[in-house]
Design a protein around this ligand. Sequence first.
Ligand code: V47
Ligand code: SF4
Length: 372
Amino acid sequence: MHGILLNKTILANGTNKTDIIKKIHDGERLTPEEGIRLFYDFSLPELSYLAELVNIRKSGNKVYFNRNFHIEPTNVCVYTCAFCSYSRLIKHRSEGWELSIEQILQKVREFDGKPVTEVHITGGVIPTQDLKFYTELFQKIKQHRPELHIKALTPVEMHYIFKKAKVTVEEGLKILADAGLDSMPGGGAELFDEEIREKIAGGKCSSQVWLDIHRSWHKMGKKSNATMLYGHIEKYEHRIDHMERLRRLQDETAGFQAFIPLKFRNKNNQMSDVPEVSVTEDLKNYAVARIYLDNFPHLKTYWAMIGRETAQMALQFGCDDLDGTIDDTTKIYSMAGAEEQNPTLTTEQIKNIIISSGKIPVERDSLYHILN
Ligand code: V47
Ligand code: SF4
C-alpha cells in the first residue's frame, strides 16, 4: 500500500482511518459517516490515490469525451433560484431570449455536416414552452437528423410542463420519448437537503420529485445523469446526504450514467456575497464523489463550468469524463463568471488535455459506446 496511507489516526468518531482505506481497497461500500470522514480527515494526496484506485478499476486509464452542442431555448424563467445568473423574470422578459421552434431548428441546422453526436437542450421554464412545444421540437429535430442524440429537459422543466398539460409523469415521459427524447441531463438536482434547497432554489420541484422523475425514466429503460451544486451554504454532511440519495436510487434502477459535481459560481446572482470555494475543495469533492458513489459508472468534470485547467487536474481525482466540444453554445456558466467565457474545445485540444495527464482519450456517444 502507498506509504502516505499507512496512517493509524483514530478519527473523531472512533473509526480507524486505515479501516476506511482498507474498505476502499477491498471494494467495500462506505457508510455515510465514513463518507463524511473522507472530507474532514483525509489529505488531498490520499484522496487522489484512493479515488484513482476506484476510477481505474472502473474505467482503466480511459477518459471519455463527446462532440456535442447545447441549445438553451429560453433564459426567461418563472422560478427565481438564488444562485442563477442566467435567468430573467417573466416581467423582465425583454432582457432575455425566447426561441421559437423554427429558431431552435435553425441552430440545429448550423451543425449540418459537422460530426456532432449530441444536442443538450435545457433552459428556463416558461408557459409557452410547454409539452406540445417540446414534443413538436423533438419530432422535428429527429426528422431533420435522426441519429442526433437528444439529451434534454430536467425534472424541473418536466414537472412544470406535465402539470400544465395535466398528464402523469409516466404519460409525459412516454410522450417525450416517443417524440425523440433519448436521455435526460443531470440538471436541476441542486442540493437535495430540503432546508438548503428552499433557500437556494425555493419554489421549483422538490428533491423527491427530482428523484421520482428519474426513477420513472429509468424504469422505461432510459438513461440519465445527476448533478450536485456544491460550494455555497451547504456543509460536507449535506453533500454526502445528496450522494446517498443518488446511490440508493442507482441501486434500485442502475439508470444513471454520470455524476457531475457543479461548483457554485458567484457572479451576477443573488448569492454573490457567498465566496466560491478553492480549487483544492473542488478536487477533494471529485475524489469523495468517486469513492462514495460506488455504483455510478462515470464521474464527469464539466470543463465549461470548472475551467479546462482544473478539469485537467480532476483527471487525477477520479474523473473519467470531460464532457464535450460544446462549441460556445452555453451561457449558464459564462454568465455566472466561469473562466471559460466562450466555451469551445476542439477534439484535438480535448485529446491533448487527456494525453498530457497520462490518460487515454476515448470518444464516446451519449450512452458511452466507444466511437472511432
Ligand atoms: O441545474 C446554474 C447549474 C445546471 C449556476 O447532464 C449553476 O451531462 C453553478 O445540469 N453556479 C445546469 N452552477 C447544467 C447541467 C449540466 C451541465 C453539463 C452537463 C450536464 C449533463 C448537465 O447548472 C443547473 C444548476 O445546477 N447552475 N447556475 C451557478 N451560478
Ligand atoms: Fe430557472 Fe433553472 Fe435558473 Fe432556477 S436555475 S431560475 S429553474 S433557469
